[in-house]
Write a protein that binds this ligand. Structure first.
Ligand code: PEP
Length: 250
């Protein structure tokens, strides 16, 4: 059985003191939850402070990006080992906002995934189509390309550990959610193509849905057989709301 994972992406929000307050409240609100894995991804600047609160708790820590080199003259970048050192066990890779605004490509995504695994971090690899691509009926083609280029050449021992987040770009931060059926259709397609490459690892692969997930729609999404969790932006910024998501009714 795949353990559900509910992950919060705080994006470029919260100062250190704001982050500390939210995570203290969240820790109290989700105390005792063991049937769902919890992950929060604050901005880099708040990682250490948040780690001091969540270490030894049921909340995992992740970064929102990394650079694939181990060290050197790469001004402004953060290495996998720095992220690990800050207390992270996960890292988001290839979020659509990074693809859209910062030139992330399937090739850079691939390098980052490999670097994450080598450093002992679990990558949460984001893929998804734009509204235009969905309207042009090329969703599956886009997903297959992002998936095959992004997730190529992963050593087999890591293949089942990766997490994939299907995030239709038109559903991120817009209040428009894919219907559970629309999401399930893409999730099962992802599992099928993963199985062609990595065989049995596909059954262990956790595939999260992301795009305006909130306490009102999470349960219906989670009923689908290939939806193993959520990647949540806006609704993860408030401790009470995010705790409701983590404790969705099963
Ligand atoms: C996200 O940032 O990955 C996301 C899905 O955002 P939101 O939940 O706000 O749509």
């Amino acid at each position: 059985m795949r353990k559900p994972l509910i992950a919060g992406n705080w994006k470029m929000n919260k100062t250190i003191s704001e982050a500390v307050q939210v995570v203290k409240d969240l820790k109290n609100a989700v105390d005792g939850v063991t049937d769902v894995e919890i992950l929060i991804c604050p901005p880099f600047t708040a990682l250490c402070a948040v780690n001091n609160i969540v270490k030894d708790s049921n909340i995992n820590l992740g970064a929102q990006d990394l650079f694939w080199e181990t060290k050197g003259a790469f001004t402004g970048e953060i290495s996998p080992s720095m992220i690990k050192d800050a207390g992270c066990s996960y890292v988001l890779i290839g979020h659509s906002e990074r693809r859209q605004y910062f030139g992330e490509t399937d090739e850079t995504v691939n390098k980052k995934i490999k670097a994450a695994f080598l450093a002992g971090l679990t990558p949460v690899v984001c893929i998804g189509e734009t509204l235009k691509e969905r309207e042009n009926n090329v969703t599956f083609k886009v997903i297959e390309k992002q998936f095959k280029c992004g997730l190529t050449g992963i050593p087999p021992e890591y293949a089942s550990l990766a997490v994939v987040a299907y995030e239709p770009v038109w559903a991120i931060g817009t209040g428009k959610t894919a219907t559970p059926d629309q999401a399930q259709e893409v999730h099962s397609f992802i599992r099928k193509i993963y199985g062609k490459i990595y065989k049995a690892a596909a059954e262990k692969l956790r595939i999260l849905y992301g795009g305006s997930v909130n306490p009102g729609n999470v349960s219906e999404l989670m009923k689908k057989s290939d939806i193993d969790g959520g990647l949540v932006g806006g609704a993860s910024l408030d401790a009470e709301t995010f705790a409701k998501l983590v404790k969705y009714s099963k």
